[in-house]
Design a protein around this ligand. Structure first.
Ligand code: PMP
Length: 314
C-alpha cells in the first residue's frame, strides 16, 4: 500500500541556480518530508559525459517516497532530469581522472500542511556542483571511530532510505570524532550495540581471508549503489561475499576494512578505534582487496574498463 499517488510531476525546466521559495508551512520544513540522492557525471576519455546507474538512484528515491508518504517522479523523469542537468553543466565537468560533477536530486514536500499529514504538493529538483577526486591517489586511509552513544537510525525508522531526517542526528557524533582527529564515525545498531551498521555517508566492508563481509540491509542502513556494485564486482573477481550481521569485534579482527559510496568510491580504512582500543590495518598498497575493487569500479565508471554490467549511461 502506498499513501501518495505517483507521478503528478510536469515536464520541468532548466533554470539558473538560485534560491527556492517555500511556504513556511511546507511539508519539508515542518515534518521533514525530504529525500535526496547523490550521483556523479564524469568525462570519459572519448569526451562523452558518463553517468553511473542513475536508474538505481531513481528507484531508491521512489522507495523512500513510499516510506515518507511523498509523491515521486518516474524513473524516466528522474533520469532525464539528471541527464539534462549534467549536459547543461558540461563545461564544469573536470577532464578525465580529475574529478566529477556531483549531482544532487532533491524531492521535497512543498505543499503547506499544518496538521500532521502528508503535503499535497511536491517539488523535484536537481542541482550540481563540480568536485575534485575525494582522495588524491587511489584510496586513502581513513581513521574511523566506533561510536557507542549515538545511533544513526533504528529498526522501523527511515534508515534504509535517503531521508534528509537521517543526517542532522549524525552531525554531533561526526563533529566530535573529527575534533579528536578521526576521519569519520562507524555507527552500531541501537538494540544490541554490537553490530556495525555504516559510516556517516558510506557503507562498510571487511575482509577476512578471502571472504568479504558487509552488514545486511535490514532497514537501518542505506543500500548504497556503490555497495551493491562492489558486491557484484567482488563476486566476479572470485571473492566470497557475505551480507549478514557483522559484529564490531569482527571488524577489529579483520585483515582489511574499506568503505564505499558515491563520493569516496572505495576508501581504505587505516585504523579503527573502539572502547579505547585502536587497531591498525596493514595498508601497504599492493594486494589490498580494496585497491583492486577501487580500480575495477573507477575503471568502469570512467569508461576505461569494459562495462559488462551496463551500468554506465552516456
Ligand atoms: N550510507 C549513507 C548514510 C549515505 O548517505 C551514502 C551516500 N549516498 C551511502 C551509504 C553510500 O551510498 P551510495 O553508494 O549510493 O552513494
Amino acid at each position: 500500500s502506498t499513501c501518495a499517488s505517483n507521478n503528478t510531476f510536469d515536464q520541468g525546466q532548466l533554470i539558473d541556480y538560485g534560491n527556492v521559495e517555500l511556504s513556511p508551512a511546507a511539508g519539508v520544513l515542518n515534518y521533514g518530508q525530504g529525500l535526496f540522492e547523490g550521483t556523479k557525471a564524469v568525462r570519459g576519455e572519448d569526451g562523452r559525459i558518463l553517468l553511473f546507474r542513475p536508474d538505481q538512484n531513481a528507484i531508491r528515491m521512489q522507495i523512500g517516497a513510499e516510506r515518507m508518504c511523498m509523491q515521486s517522479p518516474s524513473v524516466k523523469q528522474f533520469v532525464d532530469a539528471v541527464k539534462q542537468t549534467a549536459i547543461a553543466n558540461k563545461r564544469w565537468i573536470p577532464p578525465p581522472g580529475k574529478g566529477s560533477l556531483y549531482i544532487r536530486p532533491l524531492l521535497i514536500g512543498t505543499g503547506p500542511i499544518l496538521g500532521l499529514s502528508p503535503a499535497h504538493e511536491y517539488t523535484f529538483l536537481v542541482y550540481a556542483s563540480p568536485v575534485g577526486n575525494y582522495f588524491k591517489e587511489g584510496t586513502a586511509s581513513l581513521n574511523l571511530y566506533v561510536n557507542n552513544d549515538f545511533h544513526r537510525t533504528t529498526r522501523g525508522g527511515a534508515g534504509g532510505v535517503k531521508s534528509i531526517t537521517n543526517y542532522a542526528p549524525v552531525l554531533k557524533p561526526l563533529l566530535r570524532a573529527k575534533e579528536q582527529g578521526f576521519s569519520d564515525v562507524v555507527f552500531l545498531d541501537s538494540v544490541h550495540k554490537k553490530y556495525i551498521e555504516e559510516v556517516s555517508s558510506c557503507n562498510i566492508f571487511l575482509v577476512k581471508g578471502d571472504v568479504i563481509s558487509t552488514p545486511s540491509t535490514v532497514g537501518t542502513i542505506l543500500e548504497g549503489i556503490t555497495r551493491k556494485s562492489i558486491i557484484d564486482i567482488a563476486h566476479d573477481l572470485g571473492y566470497k561475499v557475505e551480507e549478514r550481521l557483522v559484529t564490531v569485534d569482527e571488524l577489529m579482527e579483520a585483515d582489511e576494512v574499506f568503505t564505499t559510496g558515491t563520493a569516496v568510491t572505495v576508501a581504505n580504512v587505516g585504523s579503527i578505534t573502539y572502547n579505547g582500543q585502536r587497531v591498525e590495518y596493514k595498508t601497504s598498497d599492493c594486494g589490498l582487496v580494496s585497491q583492486k575493487l577501487f580500480k575495477r569500479l573507477v575503471g568502469i565508471q570512467s569508461g576505461k574498463i569494459e562495462d559488462k554490467y551496463n551500468w554506465v549511461v552516456a
